[in-house]
Design a protein around this ligand. Structure first.
Ligand code: ADP
Length: 190
C-alpha cells in the first residue's frame, strides 16, 4: 500500500497536488478540511461545532478528526492506498494514525512536505478567498492565525516523521508540474 502524508502550511498546494497524485496512483484522498466542510454543509452537530473553530482559524479537537479518519479507513478496506491531506496536524494525530494503520497491518510510506514562505502563503490564500467562498480565506487576520496554528502545533509533526526516517521536503514554489514531478520522484523511491 502507498500511504502518503502530504504536508505543508495552509495554501502550500496540498489539494492541487493530491488531485494529480490520485489520478496517477489511484489512491483515496482523505482531506480532513474537506471532510469537515462536508459536515458543515450537511448541518451536522459535528459540523456546527467545527465551524466555530475553523472560522477563527483554530484547529478542531484531535478526537474529532481522528474519528473521521478512522471511519474513512474502515469504509475503504480495499483501497490501494491513501493520501492524507491536512492530517495529521498535531503529534497526537500522527500517533493515532500510526495506531490505526498498525491495526490494519499497514503503515505510512512517507511524508512529503511542501515548503512555501509565509508571505507567499498569505498572498495565495487571499487570492483563493476571492472565489473559494471560504470564510477562513477572506480575512488576513484569520489567515495569519492559521499560519500561527501551523507553526505552533503542526510543524512538530515533521519531526515525528523525521524520527522514523520518513520525511522529505521539497520546494513548493514553482509550476504545478515541476512540484508534481518532485513529489513523484520521492514516491518512486518508497
Ligand atoms: P488549509 O489547507 O487551507 O489549512 P484545510 O481545508 O486543510 O485548509 O483546513 C481548514 C480548517 O479545518 C483548519 O484551519 C482547521 O480549523 C480544520 N482542520 C482541518 N484538518 C484538521 C486537523 N487534522 N486537525 C484539526 N483541525 C483541522
Amino acid at each position: 500500500m502507498l500511504n502518503l502524508v502530504l504536508f505543508g502550511p495552509p495554501g502550500a498546494g496540498k489539494g492541487t497536488q493530491s488531485q494529480k497524485l490520485i489520478d496517477k496512483y489511484g489512491l483515496i484522498h482523505l482531506s480532513t478540511g474537506d471532510l469537515l466542510r462536508g459536515e458543515i454543509s450537511q448541518g451536522t452537530e459535528l459540523g456546527l461545532e467545527a465551524k466555530k473553530l475553523m472560522d477563527e482559524g483554530l484547529l478542531v479537537p484531535d478526537a474529532v478528526v481522528i474519528g473521521m479518519i478512522s471511519n474513512k479507513l474502515d469504509a475503504n478496506k480495499d483501497a490501494k492506498g491513501f493520501i492524507f491531506d491536512g492530517f495529521p496536524r498535531t503529534v497526537a494525530q500522527a500517533e493515532a494514525l500510526d495506531t490505526l494503520l498498525e491495526s490494519k497491518s499497514s503503515a505510512i510510506s512517507g511524508m512529503v512536505a511542501l515548503e512555501v514562505d509565509d508571505d507567499e502563503l498569505e498572498r495565495r490564500l487571499l487570492l483563493r478567498g476571492k472565489d473559494s467562498g471560504r470564510p477562513d480565506d477572506a480575512d488576513p487576520a484569520i489567515i495569519r492565525k492559521r499560519i500561527k496554528e501551523y507553526n505552533d502545533k503542526t510543524k512538530p509533526v515533521a519531526g515525528y516523521y523525521k524520527n522514523q526516517n520518513k520525511f522529505t521536503s521539497i520546494n513548493g514554489i514553482g509550476s504545478i508540474e515541476e512540484i508534481f514531478s518532485a513529489i513523484v520522484a520521492v514516491i518512486e523511491k518508497y
